[in-house]
Write a protein that binds this ligand. Structure first.
Ligand code: PMP
Length: 390
């Protein structure tokens, strides 16, 4: 009998080792890792530059109190603000905590600094923002909320990429709009440029804050540091987690200077937030991406992969469409994705589904072209075996 709560639908494999783009199970089987983007190890297992920095930190300081200044925390804050339109950073331990902090900051800014009684956060259908009570309420997927009533007030969810629905949802109580620029869990759906331009206009017109959830899209996954940099916007708050720590738990929000006064000592915090070990992984991760030119690599390999997938889609009726940017790619099938995911796993390639029909391909930035080619060939074989329609 397992001693774990059964809330994860785990695959029947026991993973004990990772190296580069591969994972090994207990029986010695090697798997090509196309789930790294969700599992956050965007630089592969275990990136040597990150390992060296963490090793150095392991040998010097573990104490994690925010009672004093911690130089490595300041270094990550400086780096993140230099890479974004934000000027201040706050550290926490996960994506949900980052979104929770963003909601609190937005509400407190409106209520304490702007002196306006606004609290409502507009989010989008099919979005995913986390599993704390506030962030699951913000999430636009009913299954995440099921059985957890009563949910906190002050969240409104409207259809994604729908300008009219968004306009209609804004009231004098609206405080912020919270948005994923590519919905990850919801099926790899990008926001259209027109929609994002519309959001920008609505925020300016009504004095709303724009919170961009970059938990999945951030830290290079789409070929830029952050997905918002593909659009003509400057979010007020950016939420970050997953890839930031190369597998070590760390989350962050980066916000504009004028928001900073809304948080004063005692208003928000968490024991482990910004601890030196987590910050060492984050700093080394950011430096590794920069030193190795990974953004250009993600862009190039992403374009290569998407082109190949589009070629496959042209030849097959069982692929409905290919979406995504950089190495955040979704392939929508005409039928259920689960049997294809299982078949790929039998062929030792690990990938995920997002929603019932979408395959999600999130390889590490270190993936090679021949490994993408192998995944393409294996996918075609898996589709042949599962859907039998060529
Ligand atoms: N936001 C987005 C866009 C996510 O994809 C996720 C995790 N899938 C979260 C927030 C929550 O992150 P965490 O699991 O670290 O709380």
């Amino acid at each position: 009998m397992s001693h774990l709560f059964p809330n994860y639908g785990r695959w029947p494999i026991r993973i004990i080792k990772g190296e580069g783009n591969y994972l090994w199970d207990e029986a010695g089987n090697r798997y090509l890792d196309f789930v790294a983007g969700i599992a956050v190890t965007s630089l592969g297992n275990v990136p040597p530059q990150v390992k060296a920095k963490v090793q150095e930190q392991l040998d010097t300081l573990w104490h994690c109190s925010n009672l004093f200044e911690i130089p490595v925390q300041e270094q990550v804050a400086e780096k993140l603000t230099s890479l974004t339109c934000g000027n201040r950073a706050f550290f926490c331990n996960s994506g949900a905590e980052a979104n929770e902090a963003a909601v609190k900051l937005a509400r407190r800014y409106m209520q304490k600094i702007k002196q306006q009684p606004r609290y409502e956060i507009i989010t989008f259908k099919q979005s995913f923002h986390g599993r704390t009570l506030a962030t699951l309420t913000a999430t636009g997927q009913a299954k995440v909320k099921d059985g957890f009533d009563p949910l906190p007030e002050g969240f409104v969810t409207v259809p994604y990429n729908d300008k009219e629905a968004l306009t209609a949802a804004v009231t004098e109580k609206t405080c912020a709009i919270m948005l994923e620029l590519i919905q990850g869990e919801g099926g790899v759906h990008p926001a259209s440029t027109e929609f994002v331009d519309h959001i920008k206009g609505i925020c300016a017109e009504h004095g709303l804050l724009l919170i961009v959830d970059e938990v999945q899209t951030g830290i290079g996954r789409t070929g830029k540091w952050f997905a918002y940099q593909h659009y003509d916007i400057e979010p007020d708050i950016i939420t970050i987690a997953k890839g930031l720590g190369s597998g070590f738990p760390i989350g962050a929000i980066v916000g504009k200077e004028e928001l900073a006064e809304a948080f004063s000592p005692g208003t928000h915090g968490t024991t482990f937030g910004g601890n030196p070990l987590a910050c060492a992984t984050a700093l080394a991760t950011l430096e590794t991406i920069e030193d190795n030119g990974y953004l250009a690599r993600v862009e190039e390999l992403g374009a290569y992969f998407i082109k190949k997938l589009n070629g496959l889609a042209d030849r097959r009726t069982d692929i409905v469409g290919v979406r995504g940017k950089g190495l955040m790619i979704g392939v929508e099938l005409a039928s259920e994705a689960a049997p294809v995911v299982a078949k790929m796993r039998e062929s030792h390639i690990l990938l995920l589904q997002a929603g019932p029909n979408v395959l999600r391909l999130l390889p590490p930035f270190t993936i090679e072209k021949d490994e993408i080619d192998l995944a393409m060939q294996t996918l075609e074989e898996a589709l042949d075996a599962v859907t039998q329609t060529v």
